[in-house]
Design a protein around this ligand. Sequence first.
Ligand code: IMP
Length: 194
Amino acid sequence: MTSTTSLERRSRYPGGRLERTLIDAESLQERVRELGAEIAADYADRDLVLLCLLKGGIYFTADLSRAIDLPVTVEFVRARSYAGTESSGQVQLSWIDGLDIAGRDVLIVEDIVDTGLTLVEIWRALEEKGAASLAICSLLYKEKRLAHLFPVRYIGFAIEDVFVVGYGLDYDERFRNLPHIAVFQPESARSPSR
Ligand code: IMP
């Protein structure tokens, strides 16, 4: 039996409301296990670094790393591009200078690929550091929004063009701790008559 949490029962929040569940917690966990098995098979006998893009990738990376039956290492880089529900068009990367990835196989772990701009920036920065190989694993993928075509090797779920929160994804820093993925409807996108 699925129980509703206090977070889910309160549908309205400052700035908008939680509209509906897009991917439930059980489906997320099942897909993460499948991805973990696939990655473990592909990277057997390699020196794999999981590079978590913070903050959104934190829950996905924590679960994915435990689903990969290999002695991986986990590193973190902070990438920022969003203000509210819109991309600012500029990506700021932090903590990339200290990364030691020369000669190693790096798998970038993202919460969502939207326009693809974040990946363009991070890919460029990692290439300069001499990784043996680079690949991307994204939990979610918004195909319709892609402005920068990028080879995403592992995709959890392709989703429609909606703003989502939960399982690491936020709206102005809220809802990262939802155990599922929900559609968030911002206030400004609603008709004033409703
Ligand atoms: P991109 O650079 O446009 O691909 O955007 C990637 C980043 O934007 C993600 O890592 C998220 O932090 C954020 N983002 C994009 N779409 C959403 C969404 O629907 N909900 C929450 N964050 C999003």
